[in-house]
Design a protein around this ligand. Structure first.
Ligand code: SF4
Ligand code: MG
Length: 310
């Protein structure tokens, strides 16, 4: 089933004012497709992911809609949403160190998912060991008997992936799966994700600022900035021919291209620029960019939000 958002806005009420974290986002994620959401810290990528899962903090207010096929997720009660979350759309959490229960053996934590799905105790054990083997652990029994602190960051990331796929969801949302991991472990995460994509045939939404992972793993890319979608396209096209000046800057800062960090900073959410939100950092900004917000313009298989393409 297709997953899509229609004019989605998420605002957080805080002491320093109302923060618009996601701004009029309409996106469709196709079944079994791997979509990467990229952008700097604070671009609204994680908030978008969490809003799809219905996991926003209590000070968030959401307008617009999110659909899974015909079902409007934004209209479901928390109880109804609980039957979707984990079973139909699962999260591969951002921080493996805090997302596992530290006092429960790893095997138990995976078995629990099978138990909730109604499997018998011997089946839970067997399926857990099978799943750990599939996650490239050579000694599943040993891993099942270990506590999270006994595992490396990369191993914990694989355990979290196992927990996410155990209920056989159609959709997986991974939030910064390679954050804080070294190059070797990042490659392991990539291998695990490829296996999951191929064996479980899930639709994947990967929220990341690891552009190398996005380029290698994703079929389609969404570029976010200040809570807005500035560009979408097939991954290959986007990395070879980035159209939006922001995307061009991001890609030019890829390490193998000589490390040229983009000038400027993302503006604070409470103080968003008028017109095009990127204009204070844009080398092509002209008068109209300062007062008129550009519309999203279809381009190739995607879209770009910049006056230069109007
Ligand atoms: Fe730059 Fe103007 Fe395009 Fe915004 S609309 S990205 S400021 S050229
Ligand atoms: Mg984030």
């Amino acid at each position: 089933m297709e997953l899509y958002t229609k004019d989605l806005c998420v605002r957080f009420a805080t002491r320093s004012g109302d923060i618009p974290a996601v701004n009029h986002v309409s996106l469709a994620f196709s079944e079994r497709q791997v979509t990467g959401i990229i952008g700097e810290t604070g671009s609204g990528k994680s908030v978008l992911g969490l809003s799809i899962l219905g996991l926003l903090q209590s000070n968030a207010s959401v307008t617009g809609q999110i659909f899974l096929g015909e079902r409007e997720l934004t209209a479901l009660s928390e109880r109804e949403l609980c039957t979707v979350r984990g079973r139909e759309i699962a999260l591969v959490a951002q921080n493996p160190a805090t997302s596992l229960n530290p006092s429960v053996r790893v095997g138990r934590q995976i078995e629990e998912v099978f138990r909730l799905a109604g499997k018998s105790t011997p089946d839970c054990r067997r399926l857990t060991l099978e799943l750990l083997r599939q996650m490239a652990f050579s000694d599943p029994k040993q891993i099942a008997g270990a506590y999270p602190f006994e595992l490396s960051g990369g191993m914990r990331q694989r355990v979290l992936t196992a927990i996410a796929v155990a209920a056989r969801p159609q959709w997986l949302i991974a939030d910064e799966p390679t954050k804080g991991l070294d190059a070797v472990v990042r490659n392991q995460v990539y291998d695990t994700f490829c296996m999951v994509r191929d064996q479980y045939r899930v639709g994947f939404i990967v929220i990341t600022h690891d552009l190398l992972l996005a380029r290698k793993f994703c079929e389609r890319i969404v570029v976010m900035y200040c809570g807005r979608v500035l560009e979408t396209n097939a991954a290959r096209e986007l990395f070879e021919h980035p159209r939006h000046p922001y995307t061009q800057g991001l890609i030019a800062s890829l390490p193998h291209l000589g490390m040229k960090p983009m000038a400027g900073f993302s503006p604070a959410f409470t103080d968003q620029p008028s017109g095009c939100v990127f204009h204070p950092r844009c080398p092509y900004a002209e008068a109209r960019c300062r007062h008129t917000e550009p519309k999203s313009i279809p381009c190739g298989e995607g879209s770009v939000c910049c006056h230069r393409y109007a």
